[in-house]
Design a binder for this molecule. Structure first.
Ligand SMILES: [Mg+2]
Length: 317
């Protein structure tokens, strides 16, 4: 039993730290163009740049992930508490690396403000318009996927993912993006190899068969997707671009390091594309594959590890 819990904790740490480290790698160059990064690519954990933050600073992607991880670390999902944690982050700087909330997407901010001002039910806070199809729920969905893999619940697990997305992103396209990502993450947690990515994609295409949003994601289901040249991969904050870019980096790399550096150096939404890819690469290659000097530079690594331990203990009890 202890061995099983140790193995689950290792996987949780791999995914969460894989995500956080990649986020921190991308933070200093967020919004840099691909041409700029082609000239001076990121190769290590750097500081300052876009937000003038020290090396190892993670951003909203990780902060919002920790808000959910902390709450679900009680062993069940409480949307009100997760939303309250988002408020504690946004209004009072909790769940931040240095005591400062320095990065937030428009849709997330609107959802939090709507919750605070009108007291809407949490799952009604996310925007549902076409303009609200950013990657802000995809970048923080991992604790929900981990709960579905290791926790106890009744009902359809994908409803948990879709509701989790809805807290900030209620458009069907965002829910489907989070669903596809979570299906692949769960396949990788069960069997960490590249074949599991394809098994996940196959499963996702059958789960969402008939869903009109699936068409938006059609490129990732094509057998030649990994052969697309980099010029055809966009790395914007649009949920479809981000999921495509993260998967393309995973499928065209041979290590955690190669995958997340590739993601950062695509440019534009560097931290989120890398964080989404980093969660996948953490699941595929494991914590031991993350360069030690990157983990050592990550601010408040021990705090993140403690949240992972609390989460694992609650789910495995
Ligand atoms: Mg960010």
């Amino acid at each position: 039993m202890t061995m099983m819990i140790d193995s689950i904790l290792y996987k949780i740490r791999s995914v969460i730290l894989g995500h956080a480290v990649a986020d921190a790698l991308g933070v200093p160059v967020e919004f840099s163009s691909r041409a700029e990064l082609d000239t001076a690519p990121v190769t290590k954990m750097e500081g300052f740049g876009t937000y003038n933050m020290p090396a190892g600073s993670w951003s909203d992607d990780t902060s919002m992930t920790l808000c959910a991880l902390d709450s679900i670390g009680k062993g069940y999902i409480d949307h009100v508490e997760i939303m309250e944690n988002f408020c504690r982050w946004f209004y009072t700087n909790e769940y931040t690396p240095t005591g400062k909330c320095f990065d937030i997407g428009g849709a997330c901010m609107q959802a939090i403000e709507k919750y605070k001002a009108f007291g809407l039910p949490p799952h009604m806070c996310g925007g549902e318009g076409e303009h609200s199809c950013g990657n802000g729920s995809l970048m923080r969905i991992l604790p929900f996927a981990l709960f579905c893999e290791y926790g106890e619940y009744s009902g359809n697990w994908l409803d948990i993912i879709h509701l989790g997305s809805s807290l900030t992103h209620r458009h069907e396209r965002c829910k489907v993006g989070c669903g596809i990502y979570s299906i692949i993450i769960r396949k990788l947690l069960c069997r960490p190899d590249q074949d599991s990515v394809y098994a996940g994609l196959k499963r996702a295409s059958s789960v969402y068969e008939g869903n009109s949003e699936l068409d938006k994601y059609k490129r990732i289901f094509e057998p030649s997707f990994a052969d697309l040249p980099v010029d055809e991969i966009k790395s914007s904050g649009y949920v479809v671009d981000t999921l495509e870019a993260a998967l393309w980096c995973l499928l065209t790399a041979d290590s955690y390091k190669e995958c997340v550096l590739k993601a950062v150096n695509l440019g534009e939404d560097t931290d989120t594309v890398a964080a989404v890819a980093g969660g996948l690469a953490g699941a595929l290659y494991g914590l031991d594959a993350i360069p030690t000097e990157w983990l050592d530079t990550l601010i408040k690594r021990e705090y993140i590890e403690e949240l992972c331990e609390k989460f694992c203990a609650a789910l495995c009890n």
